[in-house]
Design a protein around this ligand. Structure first.
Ligand code: NAP
Length: 245
């Protein structure tokens, strides 16, 4: 079987996805910033599922390394059947409003770096004329709300970008999936107040794996978030602007 590349495997959702795909016997290239943690995840997966696992480091903010990083992943793997991008950064709205340096890091990680990596990957998969790309955005990108519109806009921009990429790569037989989780129990949400219907990363991974296999284009996780966001998006702007959301 060909390798699957996971970018951001030390994230709660990324780690669960690595286990899910390894369980299905896919060889993996696990990538991220934290080499020690990645080696730990890789050893665990090799022992549990008996699949080949390689580890590579990448810093999403080092844009000028992305092209070499992707080329070295392809070289080591031989070839790739797919790629999942699962890293992200969130600073709270108040901090982002008052400290542009911190807001910029969030925008660079959540949007700019994805464009950089995905344009490199798109050329590869276009040439292969097969494969899949799964990108984690967020329900937060579906509508701007005062409590998190800077994070939300970085995800909203990413969702629009991925939509265009799907349209471009369809002709080459490459499937591109937009994955929109609601709240998930990970480091990113730890200690935050006001969360509801919080999902487990393992359940998110199961749904993502199944939905990509079925070639779904936009995947809300859990599925009921599609209905919640439909209702939220249906509220007219003249009403919505008065709400405290
Ligand atoms: N949790 C939620 O409720 C939720 C909801 C909707 C969408 N999402 C999205 O789902 C994805 C995964 O979220 P999560 O909650 O599982 O994440 P998480 O556990 O909080 O982990 C964040 C990940 O992003 C990585 N990262 C941050 N900056 C990076 C950089 N400059 N270069 C490389 N890696 C970087 C971190 O690496 P280190 O380990 O090295 O710090 C870590 O692997 C993110 O895109 C997030 O926005 C999450």
């Amino acid at each position: 079987m060909k390798y699957i590349l996971i970018v951001g495997v030390t994230s709660g959702i990324g780690k669960a996805l690595a286990h899910q795909y390894a369980k299905e016997k896919h060889p993996l290239i696990l990538t991220g910033r934290d080499r020690v943690e990645m080696e730990r995840i890789a050893s665990d997966i090799r022992i549990r599922y008996q699949v080949p696992v390689k580890v590579k480091t990448i810093d999403a903010e080092s844009f000028d390394t992305h092209s070499d990083f992707f080329a070295s992943c392809v070289e080591e793997a031989g070839n790739l059947s797919g790629m999942l991008l699962v890293y992200g950064h969130m600073v709270d709205q108040e901090t982002a409003q008052n400290d542009f340096t911190k807001a910029k890091i969030m925008i660079d990680v959540n949007y700019t770096s994805y464009v950089s990596l995905l344009e490199t990957a798109a050329r590869y998969f276009e040439g292969e004329r097969s494969g899949f790309i799964g990108v984690i955005t967020s329900v937060a990108g579906d509508r701007g709300r005062k409590s998190n519109y800077i994070y939300g806009s970085s995800k909203g921009a990413l969702s629009v970008y991925v939509q265009g990429l799907r349209n471009r790569l369809y002709a080459s037989g490459v499937h591109v999936a937009t994955i929109k989780p609601g709240f998930v129990d990970t480091r990113m949400t730890y200690g935050l107040s006001g969360l509801f219907l919080v999902a487990k990363p393992e359940d998110v991974a199961k749904r993502v794996h199944k939905s990509i296999r079925k070639k779904y284009d936009v995947i809300y996780v859990p599925g009921f978030w599609a209905m919640i966001m439909f209702i939220l998006k249906s509220i007219p702007e003249r009403v919505f602007k008065r709400l405290s959301l």
